[in-house]
Design a protein around this ligand. Structure first.
Ligand code: AMP
Ligand code: MG
Length: 397
């Protein structure tokens, strides 16, 4: 199955998330569940973009003098009107006095004995016009938008204090494997530290979800059944790690086959070929492969878009774990027969061009390769990445 087809199948097994009202001060990283309209025009009134003098352009010639009639300050309304031959001192953000149509900036003037001398011609574009940025009632943010600092500032500018957002999806993580030991413990022969659940938990947070750790469990049908039951009761999604390949102890695949519902198993992707998707007691479940690079790559390729989908956003205005870029390969990378190949590369700017280097060994068990590199190649099936070639990649962020 292609990655595209796998995504379509997973999207058709969506879940409905509740919404909640929060203040914009708590809204960083949340997804809007409603369109937001502006309560005001922006600017709310014509105002000055510079410190200087509000004047009539027709009165201004280099060297001429204007009579100072008062001051317009930010926060004070109704400044004195400007008539022929007059100037009103004005601060940035202060209302434009009636009659004035231009701002002479302070640097281009000289003030003396109640008169201001014009040293340079004033510019009309130093007036910020009512509603030139946003008009009252205009939709400024669409449902599904990820609220980041600029969206939050815009919401405040437009008089929106509380907003409706999508509740964070609760995602349970279960790691499986008799060999796994918590990183705080001592290892015995044949054991390794359990790492996937921690990386995946952080990825869930990065995607705006709430991870729930079920730790790691042994390769036992009974324990797996019990843990899946308990996870399905309290989560919008279950993610398992390990146990989805062809091995005798790959019990996630076995239990899903016998007692759950499998919607797909295996996709044409390297690394990360054998992921599984289905439902356990109606809760969607992604079974990620145990190899650490594979589980993270499958999360990026499959789980992240699914989370964006259920939160009502897409890759363009939702969470992003990376950006698609074109890079020139500096080192050759191996492709995969029949599969999209996501090798790890290090992308940087070199001579005005994004280039990609290979720095360390590419094994799917080597999580360090995701640390020493910062991007994934998107080599189409049955192609090789040759040095000097321009290819697509995902620049991770
Ligand atoms: P599996 O998919 O269960 O066959 O595991 C494939 C490889 O990934 C094996 O070498 C496992 O020891 C390793 N592995 C599985 N789960 C984890 C985990 N949670 N953390 C680190 N390595 C793992
Ligand atoms: Mg295993």
């Amino acid at each position: 199955m292609t990655l595209q087809r796998a995504l379509e199948i997973s999207y058709s097994n969506s879940v409905e998330l509740d919404t909640e009202k929060i203040t914009i001060d708590e809204a960083h990283g949340r997804i809007l569940s409603e369109d937001i309209k502006s309560h005001v025009n922006d600017p709310i009134f014509d105002n000055s973009a510079m410190d200087g003098w509000a004047v009539r352009i027709e009165d201004c010639k280099i060297g001429s003098k204007l009579k100072i009639i008062g001051t317009s300050q930010a926060g004070k309304f109704n400044p004195p009107p400007v008539r022929k031959g007059e100037a009103c001192k004005i601060m940035t953000g202060a209302p434009i006095p009636k009659g004035a149509n231009s701002i002479l900036i302070i640097e281009n003037s000289k003030e003396e004995n109640g008169l201001v001398t014009i040293l340079e011609n004033p510019k009309p574009n130093y007036i910020r016009k009512l509603g030139e940025n946003i008009t009252i009632g205009q939709t400024i943010l669409k449902s599904g938008t990820l609220l980041s600092p600029f969206e939050i500032s815009l919401a405040a500018t437009s008089g929106n204090w509380q907003v409706n957002v999508v509740k964070k999806p609760i995602v349970s993580i279960i790691s499986t494997g008799d060999e796994l030991v918590h990183p705080s413990k001592k290892l015995k022969d044949g054991e390794i530290f359990e790492s996937n659940s921690f990386g995946i938990s952080a990825l869930i947070r990065k995607m705006g979800g709430n991870p729930v750790h079920f730790g790691h469990i042994s390769d036992s049908m009974e324990e797996l059944r019990k843990t899946l039951n308990s996870a399905s009761e309290k989560s919008d999604l279950i993610i398992t790690s390990g146990g989805v390949s062809m091995g005798e102890w790959d019990l996630v695949r076995k239990i899903m086959h016998e007692e759950g519902k499998i919607k797909f198993w295996k996709i044409k992707l390297r690394p990360g070929g054998p992921p599984l998707f289905g439902t356990w007691k109606n809760t969607p479940i992604f079974g990620l492969p145990g190899n650490p690079v594979s589980s993270h790559v499958v999360f990026i390729s499959l789980v992240a878009p699914w989370l964006n989908k259920i939160m009502g956003s897409d890759e363009n205005n939702g969470y992003k774990l990376g950006n698609r870029v074109k890079i020139r390969l500096k080192d050759p990378v191996k492709g995969a027969p029949g599969k999209i190949c996501m090798r790890r590369i290090y992308v940087e700017l070199e001579d005005d061009e994004l280039v990609g280097h290979v720095r360390t060994h590419q094994g799917s068990g080597n999580i360090n390769s995701l640390v020493t590199h910062n991007a994934l190649t998107l080599l189409p099936p049955d192609t090789e990445g040759l040095a000097g070639q321009l290819i697509d990649a995902i620049w991770l962020c």
